[in-house]
Every structure is written in structure tokens, then in C-alpha cells.
Design a protein around this ligand. Structure first.
Ligand code: SAM
Length: 225
């Protein structure tokens, strides 16, 4: 039965990939990926030569049809994203839904688990994590303030993804709506400049004011009690 594998890849350190992921990337007929240059770098490290098909959030219907054709021909495909687990704040959700809908149980969908930034951030944060609320990327405008109000009253740890351009804005909102809460910022996980910084939003704003070179890279924001 043709299979679509959803394969997690590293979030920075290229060694963070499972043996199974390496085997499957080497075995499938083609790999669907976001940025072919990013995936090519990973494949090069593991000396895997494979045909790459770009698939991203703006991919047209014709790309989905191409995927359908390959599966109809009996081909096995792997879906990866630039980093971490596909479909988690990453392209792929629609594709998986469409493949399920179109093929039912005549195509197997198999996940190959591995890194995801939110999970590593939670694990290293020291915040309660047996229950948590993950908000992905917050909206830039509509609904943003409502979400911060919800974060302020949440009894669970809340996690969200943020870009370096908006991290200070997010901290300013937390300072406004949740001034007492403990915030942990997980930055550049698994990379050379990995760091966890924690404190109230006001303390973190002071930290980034004093360490402006740290306002770069990739961030996960966690809000505890
Ligand atoms: N699917 C990915 C996952 O499973 O982690 C998430 C992809 S999402 C497009 C990218 C966001 O994840 C970044 O903007 C950042 O917020 C977070 N992220 C990814 N890699 C990270 C890292 N090494 N350190 C901290 N945050 C990271």
C-alpha cells in the first residue's frame, strides 16, 4: 500500500534525527519539503540522494494533484518541513487531510516522530507541563489582545511561537496583561546560542534591553503561573 510518511527533522542541530527517519528518507520514492535547499542540506549530511518536491503553505491545487498521482502510482512519499514536526505550525495539515479524504484507507499515513520546538522548550523550562496550552503563532492583529487576556487567566502553562521581530511586542503585552506571571523564553534550541531566560515580562524586557544581540534567532515563549 502506498504510504505517506510524516517525518520530523531537526530544529537546529542536524544530529537530532531518528534512525528510523534516516532510513525512511532513504527508502521513499520522493520527499515533499518546504525549502528544497534546507532539506538538501540535511540529506547531504546523511548521504541520501532523493528527488525533492517543494510543498509549502501556498502550494497550489496542482501540487496536491501531483501528490495524488504519485500515490496512485503506488509511490511512497515522505513529508518534511524546514524544521521539527510537519503540520505543527507548519505546512502539511491540509495535505494530510486531503490524502485521508481522497484515499481513505487505501493510502497509509504514518508518522515518524522526532523534534518539535514546543516540546523541547517545555521540557527545559521547568514549568508544569503535564497539561499545557499551545497557541502556535499568535495572530498579528485581530484576536491578539483577547489571547493575551486568556493567557493571563490560564491555569495551565501556555506556549507559543514568536519571531525575533515580535518578541518584544509579545513581552510588552505580557507585561500589560499578565505582569505577575513567570515567563520562560527558550531561544535557539539545540543550536550554539541555545538559552533559557526566565522572569516576569518586565524582567525579560530588561534582559533583552541589556542583551540586544539576543533578540535574534528562534523563540518559544512559555507562560507559567
Ligand atoms: N514544526 C516546527 C516544530 O515542530 O517545532 C515549528 C515550525 S514553526 C514554522 C517555526 C517556529 O518554531 C519558530 O518561529 C520558532 O518560534 C519555533 N522554533 C523552531 N525551531 C526553534 C528552535 N531551534 N529554538 C526555538 N524555537 C524554535
Amino acid at each position: 500500500m502506498p504510504t505517506l510518511y510524516i517525518v520530523a527533522t531537526p530544529i537546529g542541530n542536524l544530529e537530532d534525527i531518528t534512525l528510523r527517519a534516516i532510513r525512511i528518507l532513504g527508502e521513499v520514492d520522493a520527499i515533499l519539503c518546504e525549502d528544497t535547499r534546507v532539506t538538501a542540506k540535511l540529506l547531504q549530511k546523511y548521504t541520501i540522494q532523493k528527488s525533492l518536491i517543494s510543498y509549502h503553505s501556498h502550494s497550489k491545487l496542482s501540487k496536491v494533484e501531483k501528490v495524488f498521482e504519485l500515490l496512485e502510482e503506488g509511490k511512497d512519499l515522505a513529508l518534511v518541513s524546514d524544521a521539527g514536526t510537519p503540520c505543527i505550525s507548519d505546512p502539511g495539515v491540509m495535505l494530510v487531510a486531503q490524502v485521508r479524504e481522497h484515499f481513505g484507507d487505501t493510502v497509509k499515513i504514518v508518522t515518524v516522530p522526532g523534534p518539535s520546538a514546543v516540546i523541547s522548550a517545555l521540557a527545559g523550562s521547568g514549568l508544569p507541563s503535564s497539561e499545557f496550552l499551545f497557541l502556535g503563532f499568535l495572530p498579528h492583529k485581530k484576536g491578539r489582545e483577547t489571547l493575551f487576556k486568556e493567557i493571563a487567566v490560564s491555569e495551565r502553562t501556555v506556549a507559543f511561537y514568536e519571531s525575533p521581530h515580535r518578541i518584544l511586542k509579545a513581552l510588552l503585552s505580557l507585561e500589560k496583561f499578565a505582569p505577575e506571571k513567570k515567563v520562560v523564553i527558550a531561544r535557539e534550541l539545540t543550536k550554539i546560542y541555545e538559552e533559557f531566560v526566565s522572569g516576569t515580562a518586565t524582567e525579560l524586557l530588561a534582559h533583552f534591553d541589556a542583551h540586544k544581540d539576543s533578540i535574534r534567532g528562534e523563540f518559544v515563549v512559555l507562560v507559567g503561573q
